[in-house]
Design a protein around this ligand. Structure first.
Ligand SMILES: NC(=O)c1ccc[n+]([C@@H]2O[C@H](COP(=O)([O-])OP(=O)(O)OC[C@H]3O[C@@H](n4cnc5c(N)ncnc54)[C@H](OP(=O)(O)O)[C@@H]3O)[C@@H](O)[C@H]2O)c1
Length: 305
């Protein structure tokens, strides 16, 4: 049985779909059993747990052979310290708790979905916490695999869809920064196949796979391709990063809860303007993935409306 933690999320649900296509037995870990049931019915086992609370994890790990951890803090990349939705608590500590519980339960292999940019000395804390989570896994003694995706996109993503969505009701697309950061967008179905292969293939054990799409493009090029596929002509209106950060800092000062989490933070502006290019050497050598060109992938779900 394979446990997909975060199997109700964007990447996790694509992984669950891929594993079910391969006739694997799948369990899904999330905070709310009813949400898992609504999404999957009886096609998966629902394992309700909160990765920030170690006491909830032993039951979730029972009878599991492989864990795939695709948990992400809600409303990422906008952290909420008051809710405990931070990279430290969910990404790092949540992974640490799961690795420890998996080890105690006799799990054979643990795959962590990290991110391109994870490094001990990275300039941003989210990359450092991902690195620390990876390090805990590598030192655990369990057979490990790390997949570090670049920017993933697809029908349910929270970033590209939101940006292109502005084009449906605004005469322009607002974008912080100059739009020149290099990205290697990867279609979520391709990423799901890579993660499933990396979880199942013996030769993937104890390796790090950076995963990116077939093209390296700037953010502007990705947005223009998306607009073109949608049949919309919209200029991209670039705003200076400092304006976004000032706005984000102001929004972070709002009382929350009881208000909903803010739509922007200073860190989120860095997150969206950061380059993400993968070193695909090991990915191509060991897993030889099929990678869909960005336009072709967008055409499968971005209709002309
Ligand atoms: N999306 C990308 O472009 C991208 C790129 C590179 C790396 N990644 C990595 O891929 C992973 C998944 O990202 P995503 O975009 O798929 O995230 P997502 O759509 O926000 O999904 C997050 C998942 O985490 C679960 N979750 C949140 N807090 C939890 C908690 N405390 N305990 C248990 N489950 C919890 C959510 O389930 P419930 O709400 O049902 O509890 C949900 O299934 C992350 O590690 C992310 O850094 C993503």
């Amino acid at each position: 049985m394979i446990l997909v933690s975060g199997g109700t999320g964007f990447v996790g649900s694509a992984v669950v779909a891929e594993l079910l296509r391969r006739d694997q037995q799948v369990a899904v870990l999330g905070r709310d059993e009813a949400r898992i049931r609504r999404r999957y019915g009886n096609r998966v086992e629902a394992r309700a747990a909160d990765v920030r609370q170690p006491s909830t994890l032993p039951a979730a790990m029972t009878g599991i052979d492989i864990v795939i951890n695709a948990v992400q803090l809600p409303n990422s990349p906008i952290e909420s310290k008051r809710r405990g939705w931070t990279f430290e608590q969910v990404d790092y500590e949540g992974t640490r708790h799961q690795v420890d519980a998996a080890k105690a339960a006799g799990v054979r292999r643990f795959l962590y979905v990290s991110g391109v940019g994870a490094a001990p000395d990275a300039a941003r804390h989210w990359f450092r916490f991902k690195w620390q989570a990876e390090e805990h896994l590598r030192a655990s003694g369990i057979e490990w695999v790390v997949v570090r995706p670049s920017w993933a996109f697809g029908p349910g993503d929270h970033a590209l869809n939101r940006l292109l969505g502005f084009g449906r009701f605004l005469p322009f697309i607002p974008m912080f920064g100059d739009g020149q950061q290099a990205l290697q967008p990867i279609f979520v179905d391709d990423l799901a196949r890579i993660i499933a292969d990396a979880a199942l293939k013996p030769e993937a054990a104890n390796r790090v796979f950076e995963a990116g799409g077939p093209e390296t493009m700037t953010m502007d090029e990705v947005l223009k391709t998306g607009l073109d596929v949608m049949g919309k002509k919209r200029p991209i209106l670039h705003q200076p990063v400092f304006v976004g950060k000032a706005l984000g800092t102001l929004m972070s000062l709002l009382p929350s809860p009881p208000l909903p989490p803010p739509p922007l933070s200073a860190d989120a502006v860095d997150f969206i303007t950061w380059p993400a290019v993968a070193d695909k050497t090991d990915l191509e050598r060991v897993l030889q993935p099929r990678l869909t060109p960005v336009r072709q992938a967008l055409e499968t779900y971005l209709g002309r409306k």
